[in-house]
Ligand binder design. Structure first.
Ligand code: NDP
Ligand code: GDR
Length: 349
């Protein structure tokens, strides 16, 4: 019998990589998808098969982590062996504008799912493994390098909500002996990254500027440093920690940090551009409290579980840049054919 996984947040960057990864391992994959007035499953297009087809192994269910009864129904219907809780309002800047909503989704959403799991396990007698998507943002202002023993110092409603979710998960593990792992993942990016996060905002804009579709790029703080890895590597870490004999909490990072300015340097060099010619500062993109320096020490997951990152900073930026230059070429073709190209992301994030 194939193992079954249930993923909340399957339509996001990580959800799509994880679904692909688990399908490759022979899992039957189920995802919780929010109802929207337009399709929000673009990132799953390459792996989606009509569920009526005989060999389909990806199934989508409507649901929302703000709706506890829906989560319970999904768990009872799917009876998963593993749950990956990736659903989140995941934008740090936006969490200052929507703090209550962010807490409801990120913190209480996790609690709702844990409660549903607790009851399901107690009533069915079945075991289940649970992954909680924690974040390096939980370390916030703590001095780098940050590891599992570093005290949290969250600097945004998003980060404070992730800290609450982290401790709910620890408490449910200890109180009800559930197999729960907190992954404390540092920033991870890809060509599927949302276009309002700084890396993708940069590579999308540079591609368009190179091809004459856009003039300026407005950004906030260029001095903050992040430990940027590749999303494809990081979903493997999520799975690996759930296969370990005992549950635990793990930092997942590359151990190398770069500033936003350095990201711009490398991306602009790929396109033979000088970013200082077109990058401008916009106060909208600064945060009331910034996280200056995140650098992860992932030696625990390497020694206990055997995970290591494969893709480094330079290769990551090149991959994203090449992808977004190709997207810009497609947009240019459309523009030349008289279509209106909407530069989504250019003035967001
Ligand atoms: P994304 O923002 O790309 O995806 C978030 C997912 O959550 C989307 O599928 C989104 O649905 C879904 N979602 C949002 N609100 C709800 C809700 N109320 N109910 C159900 N689903 C909801 O994030 P990533 O893929 O980058 O990140 C995955 C998880 O990992 C998140 O929890 C994030 O906070 C965390 N994380 C991410 C890091 C990173 O660098 N990427 C680092 C550390 C942690 P929709 O598509 O409809 O919007
Ligand atoms: P982050 O990612 O806040 O680390 O959270 P983001 O890419 O949004 O910001 C990284 C750094 O870049 C600075 N910055 C800008 N950021 C955005 N989005 N837009 C801008 O125009 C801009 N200019 C400068 C930011 O101030 C910040 O210092 C991401 C999310 O995926 C979280 O969900 C996840 O938990 C953490 O990574 C780890």
């Amino acid at each position: 019998m194939a193992k079954k996984a249930l993923i909340s947040g399957i339509t996001g960057q990580d959800g799509s990589f994880l679904a692909e990864f688990l399908l490759g391992k022979g899992y039957e994959v189920h995802g919780i998808v929010r109802r929207a007035s337009t399709f929000n499953t673009d990132r799953l297009d390459s792996i989606y098969a009509d569920p009526h087809e005989q060999n389909a192994s990806l199934y989508l269910h409507y649901g929302d982590v703000t709706d506890g009864s829906g989560l319970r129904h999904a768990i009872e219907k799917v009876q998963p062996d593993e749950i990956y809780n990736l659903a989140a309002q995941s934008h740090v800047r936006v969490s200052f504008d929507q703090p209550e909503y962010t807490a409801d989704v990120v913190a209480t959403g996790t609690l709702r799912l844990l409660e549903a799991v607790r009851d399901y396990v107690a009533n069915s007698g079945r075991q289940m493994r649970f992954y909680q998507a924690g974040s390096s943002e939980m370390f916030g202002a703590a001095k780098p390098p940050q590891s599992e023993t570093t005290a949290f110092y969250p600097r945004s409603p998003y980060a404070a909500s992730k800290v609450a979710a982290h401790w709910y998960a620890v408490n449910y593990r200890e109180a009800y002996r559930l197999f729960i792992c907190n992954g404390i993942l540092f920033n991870h990016e890809s060509e599927r990254r949302g276009e309002t996060f700084v890396t993708r905002k940069i590579t999308r804009a540079l591609g368009r500027i190179k091809l004459g579709l856009q003039d300026k790029l407005f950004l906030g703080n260029l001095d903050s440093k992040r430990d940027w890895g590749y999303a494809g590597d990081y979903v493997e870490a999520m799975w690996m920690m759930l296969q370990a004999p005992e549950p635990g909490d793990y930092v997942v990072a590359t151990g190398e940090a770069h500033s936003v300015r350095e990201f711009l340097d490398v991306a602009a060099a790929c396109c033979k551009l000088n970013w200082k010619d077109f990058v401008e500062s916009d106060p909208r993109y600064f945060r009331p409290t910034e996280v200056d320096y995140l650098l992860g020490d992932s030696s625990k997951i390497t020694s206990k579980v055997g995970w290591k990152p494969k893709i480094g900073f330079q290769r990551l930026v090149h991959m994203m840049m090449e992808h977004d230059l190709e997207l810009a070429r497609q947009e240019q073709t459309l523009a030349k054919a008289g279509h209106r190209v909407v530069l989504r992301g250019a003035s967001h994030g």
